[in-house]
Design a protein around this ligand. Structure first.
Ligand code: SF4
Length: 423
């Protein structure tokens, strides 16, 4: 099933773009997940001018400009440098894997604004040559709490605010083979140095340089060395609405705008930035769940929700597209001949008809780029058909096979008969 898959072995960056079926992928890593509306407009225009006009939102709250050509890479770098989102080296950009809450500093329900911690951690990562040996997939999740927590985001090292807004402290967690191990808590001011020290420990003692392979004795030693306060366990947060108008306090709102499959074309993104500018919105926040966030007063928020829906963005949490992960498929990737996202839209209609409330993963091949977590229904492309996996990942054994031509007719049965072994 895995024949013909090209494993790239790294995450694309800007200094080190990745070759894909539609050209180079150049990743843009905004600091603390924030871009000015004018910078986003310039990046949208750059995607059309220097790439093929397609832009991805990644699960690390970054942007990816697709279809860049070797001859347009340098002018794209120049633009990124002028916007302050180009690192000096591939190593530096690779370790700047820090995700914070998209409403940091805006949400009155958060315990603390994690942007200063993120900035301090970025500076520490950039000033320590040894840390540049961290693998590109090594990640930090900095969760200040509030209505959009990061509790379920995969990350090697987690810093989570706890206590009270008047006296917050930071719980420190490390993702081990069996989930997150909470090591204790530290003062807010010490959170970034503690995270950097933990990363150094992982580098020294983990054979894969990832936290999941850190030996238990190393975890015990570092927990003592860090002098953390008593251990505490952080529970997973309950799901709350993430899209559309999200009232914050008084007339203040956040607006969450979901991007179908995390892909938007430059024309639509430019239209969105024009709309935001007309509503006096100055900044856009990226999230790790393929949605953009802005702050707006109530009247502007209502207008934005309506206009964004007209642009094809998702403003309703119940939209089945938010429960589908589908990789880019044919035309963008040479590992498949299947139009994964087109097929996913066919299946989305069936999800609505059947009331299916689970997660669907449509993958062009067994690499499963779009989703590593388990899904209720998984379609795994192989040649001209999909293998069907239930309650698993692309790696699990398939229970049946379906061809693209049969999707429309068989889709309802696919979701109605979840308990059956075969469709
Ligand atoms: S999962 Fe999709 S994007 Fe990833 S290699 Fe396979 S076909 Fe390409």
């Amino acid at each position: 099933m895995t024949a013909g898959i090209e494993i790239k072995g790294w995450c694309p960056g800007a200094r080190r773009p990745m070759q894909s079926g539609d050209g180079l992928i150049v990743r843009v890593r905004p600091h603390s997940g924030a871009l000015s509306v004018s910078a986003l407009r310039e990046l949208a225009a750059a995607a059309r001018r220097f790439g093929n006009g397609e832009i991805d939102l990644t699960r690390r709250a970054n942007l990816q400009i697709r279809g860049v050509r070797a001859e347009t890479l340098t002018p794209l770098w120049d633009l990124m440098a002028s916007l302050g989102v180009l690192d000096d080296s591939a190593e530096l950009e690779a370790i700047r894997n820090i995700v914070i809450n998209p409403l940091a500093g805006l949400d009155p329900a958060e315990l603390t604004d994690m942007r200063p911690v993120a900035a301090a951690l970025e500076a520490l990562l950039g000033s320590d040559d040894a840390l540049q040996a961290l693998p590109a997939k090594f990640g930090f999740a900095l969760d200040g709490g509030g209505r959009l927590p990061l509790r379920n985001l995969a990350a090697d090292i987690r810093l989570v605010a706890c206590g009270s807004a008047d006296d917050p402290h930071i719980a420190v967690g490390l993702t081990g083979p069996d989930g997150v191990e909470w090591l204790g808590s530290t003062a807010l001011a010490d959170a970034a140095p503690v995270a950097a020290k933990l990363a150094r420990t992982v580098l020294q003692h983990s054979p894969t340089r990832r936290s999941a392979m850190l030996p238990p004795h190393a975890i015990t030693i570092v927990a003592v060395e860090l002098g953390l306060d008593a251990r505490e366990t952080i529970a997973s947060g309950a799901a709350s609405p993430r899209l559309g108008r999200l009232p914050l306090a008084g007339d203040s709102n956040a607006v969450g705008l979901g991007i179908p499959f995390g892909r938007i074309d430059s024309e639509t993104l430019e239209q969105l930035t024009e709309l935001l500018a007309s509503l006096d919105v100055s900044e856009v926040r990226l999230s790790p769940w393929r949605a953009l966030y802005v702050a707006a007063e109530s009247d502007s928020a209502a207008a934005l929700v309506a206009d964004a829906a007209r642009l094809g963005l998702i403003v309703d949490d119940t939209d089945p597209l938010m429960r589908i992960d589908a990789c880019s498929g044919v035309g963008c990737c040479t590992s498949t001949a299947l139009a994964t996202r087109e097929h996913a839209r066919v299946l989305a209609a069936a999800m609505v008809r059947t009331g299916f409330a689970g997660a669907l993963h449509v993958s062009g091949c067994a690499k499963g780029c779009a989703r590593s977590a388990s899904a209720d229904v998984v379609l795994v492309g192989e040649g001209d058909h999909y293998n069907i996996v239930r309650n698993g990942t692309v790696k699990n054994e398939a229970c049946d096979v379906i061809g693209p031509a049969d999707l429309a007719a068989a889709a309802d049965g696919l979701f109605k008969s979840r308990e059956k072994a075969h469709v």
